[in-house]
Design a protein around this ligand. Structure first.
Ligand code: 5GP
Length: 188
């Protein structure tokens, strides 16, 4: 199986920055792009469907996949495990399908170590204050979880310069457009 890892876009950035919204816009503009479905031990939020938002598993199942070498990357984030299963990603890439991963900083670092030819983009908020506002107005998490995510967000913001490019999520259509342009340039 020949896999061209330049067709992989790794999008990272702090929780609450709007990665999901920007990716949805990108997918709407490029229906041929495949968004990887991650595996997590986090409980589903209301409305999240197993196999669509995530594959929801318990910690034993997660460790079994990890022990079998099934993850391209995995990391613990705010007390839950998250990972990208390698087979579906490699299969898509081997068929020439562009793939997006929406993952945390630790995971992005792992993929960079194994596949540096992928495109690594950090999605940044217009300001740290705006990120705080977005995180605290989300309302889906307990105060403790929201506080843990805020603390992690500060660490993640500091890592922006490890990425190939930083895209500011000031306006979703503009940010998605910039991402697509960067990706097209990488693959040209
Ligand atoms: P959430 O719980 O809000 O859905 O996700 C929390 C964080 O985990 C986000 O920063 C998200 O990008 C990240 N994440 C989601 N899936 C994965 C994954 O497969 N691997 C890693 N390393 N992080 C992930």
């Amino acid at each position: 199986m020949t896999v061209d890892w330049r067709n992989l876009l790794v999008l990272s950035g702090p929780s609450g920055v709007g990665k999901g919204t920007v990716v949805n816009r990108l997918l709407a503009e490029r229906p041929g792009v495949w968004l990887s479905v991650s595996t997590t031990t986090r409980p589903p939020r209301p409305g999240e469907v197993d196999g669509i938002a995530y594959y929801f598993v318990d910690r034993d199942e997660f460790h079994a996949i990890a022990d079998a070498g099934g993850f391209l990357e995995f990391a613990e984030y705010a007390g839950n495990l998250y990972g990208t299963q390698v087979t579906p990603v490699a299969e898509r890439l081997s068929h020439g399908t562009p793939v997006v991963l929406e993952i945390d900083l630790a995971g992005a670092r792992q993929v960079r170590g194994s596949h540096p030819e992928a495109l690594f983009v950090f999605l940044a908020p217009p300001s740290a204050a705006e990120l705080r506002r977005r995180l605290s107005s989300r309302g889906t998490e307990s105060d403790a979880v929201a506080a843990a995510r805020l603390a992690l967000a500060d660490q993640e913001l500091a890592a922006a310069d490890e990425f190939d490019r930083v895209v500011v999520n000031d306006e979703v259509p503009r940010a998605a457009g910039e991402l697509l342009q960067l990706w097209d340039e990488r693959r040209a």
